[in-house]
Design a protein around this ligand. Structure first.
Ligand code: ADP
Ligand code: GLC
Length: 481
């Protein structure tokens, strides 16, 4: 099965969130099952620098906006075959892949990511027989949204297309005036086409033209067909419900496993859980907190925005501190949230540590050192940090939504008795709802045997990619048959 996986980020070359982790892990997992999956990325400087054994395979002209580019082939650091679109005009800019240093989106993002979709579609019309031709082109998020449209316009002998929604809140909406520059035919500017609320919707286009739609958890696949979570696309998704399914993301256990994690002071796993204490003490010291093994240590590693529920913390945490609990937080995002969380840490320096920033190594140390990982998201398509936490024996405390609901088993009395509980879940996205769940977790923390049983259960659950990759392969086979 030949699959072109089209994505705007891929760990470790460029990462702003979970899409990068998925893009780094799913294609090799597919290849482990015998597929020939290759990744297509924009040629940001970090991508061109990071691709090994680079060579130019094709010169491309007439991209959207009349721009020229070169298609470069090479390998990702783990050996997965990959292509990059080399165009100084579009991608020779350091820093965040989507935002200018001002924090605003790059003004030409419509051209930059139309290029991603356009070049993906070029694989459907190879220049000659020697060129690799995918049977499936699999696009991810709005940045790849025009791919299924461009592929659909290439004619009948075309590869099948799949679009995966990692987060429906980001849709890539642009003015209708760009239609011609984006090489979109006039007839496509229609409700049954790329038109979306009076503009051009990249994600909308992908969801309309792709042969199959997926998202990253079964619950989110249901939720996005409702007005509450569909962000305007619920009608289209509901009309395509037979072509939409949810496949839970996995974890790359070569990167997220405390037994082999190079970032930890001392490795551990479920057979020597005592050694986790060293990571906890180191984390407390790193954040200037009281080094106290008995204090329940909560943590959050997240983009900071309203969807992630980080705004609930300042109201709730002082009560936790009063009962001897602590928190460490690593994140960046909305400046208002960054400020209120920093103020919280300043007011409680021995109980709260906040690092506003992005730090991959520290994210690992937090996963290992904390007792509980907070994920109070209002919406969460899948969420990866709760999956990572479980492997580290750090119990996730999540709001019951999307992939959080699908991956964490709440410590209800029945689940505790059955021995299947792996974390804590709450429903109401309010300070009261979160506060009550934190209270339940701290109470259980004082019952070490029960706590340890939950840790062992969480650590031995298998969220590896093999199972999810098999589901994708099955879905591809259904399209190629
Ligand atoms: P999302 O993609 O919505 O941000 P996920 O839970 O799927 O949420 O993925 C988030 C990824 O980004 C995880 O790998 C997490 O460890 C990482 N991450 C988020 N914020 C930070 C940060 N400030 N520093 C380091 N890693 C972070
Ligand atoms: C998105 C979602 C997150 C998901 C990730 C990878 O960024 O917000 O829930 O885990 O994509 O699919």
């Amino acid at each position: 099965m030949r699959v072109l996986f089209v994505t705007s980020e891929c760990y470790p070359l460029v990462k702003t969130g979970g899409l990068a982790d998925v893009s780094a892990a799913l294609p090799p997992a597919l290849n482990g099952l015998g597929a020939d999956a290759r990744v297509l990325l924009p040629g940001y400087p970090a991508v061109l620098d990071g691709l090994e054994g680079k060579s130019t395979v094709r010169t491309l002209s007439g991209l959207p906006g009349g721009i020229g580019a070169r298609l470069v082939a090479g390998r990702l650091p783990d050996g997965t075959p990959a292509y990059a679109i080399e165009s100084a005009e579009l991608f020779a800019r350091p820093g965040n892949p989507y935002l200018a240093p001002s924090g605003e989106s790059w003004a030409d993002n419509h051209l930059r990511f139309a290029a991603l979709g356009w070049v993906a579609a070029e694989f459907a019309r190879p220049a000659d027989d020697s060129q690799w031709r995918p049977e499936i082109i699999h696009g991810n998020d709005w940045q790849a949204g025009l791919m299924p449209a461009y592929v659909a316009f290439t004619g009948s002998q075309r590869p099948a297309t799949v679009m995966t929604i990692h987060n429906i809140a980001y849709q890539g909406q642009f003015p209708a005036a760009y239609l011609a520059a984006l090489h979109l035919p006039a007839h496509s500017y229609h409700m049954h086409g790329v038109e979306y609320y009076g503009g051009i919707g990249f994600l909308k286009a992908g969801l309309y033209y792709a042969d199959r739609l997926t998202t990253v958890s079964p619950s989110y696949a249901r939720e996005i067909q409702s007005t509450e979570h569909g962000c305007g696309l619920e009608g289209l998704l509901a009309s395509r419900t037979d072509h939409l399914s949810g496949i839970l993301n996995g974890v790359d256990y070569e990167i997220w496993d405390p037994a082999i994690d190079p970032h930890l002071v001392e490795p551990y796993d479920h057979t020597c859980l005592e050694a986790k204490a060293a990571s906890k003490a180191a984390l407390q010291a790193e954040f200037g907190l009281e080094v106290n093994p008995a204090a329940p240590l909560f943590a959050m590693v997240s983009r900071l925005n309203w969807h992630k529920g980080a705004d609930l913390l300042p109201e709730v945490l002082p009560a936790l501190f009063a009962r001897g609990g602590q928190v460490v937080l690593l994140g960046t995002g909305d400046s208002g949230l960054e400020n209120s969380l920093s103020a919280l840490a300043a007011a409680h320096p021995r109980s709260a540590g906040v690092h506003i920033g992005y730090d991959e190594a520290q994210a690992h140390r937090i996963q290992a050192g904390a007792d509980v990982l907070l994920v109070p998201s209002r919406a969460e398509p899948c969420g990866l940090t709760q999956l990572y936490a479980m492997r580290y024996g750090t119990l996730p405390l999540v709001r019951r939504t999307g992939g959080l609901e699908d991956s964490v088993i709440d410590a209800t009395p029945a689940a505790l008795t059955d021995g299947c509980a792996t974390g804590f879940a709450f429903d109401e996205a309010t300070a009261l709802g979160l506060g009550w769940a934190i209270r339940r977790a701290t109470d259980l923390y004082r019952a070490p045997e029960r706590w340890r049983a939950m840790q062992l259960r969480a650590m031995t659950r298998d969220f590896g990619w093999a199972g999810s990759a098999r589901e994708y392969l099955e879905l591809y086979r259904g399209l190629v048959r």
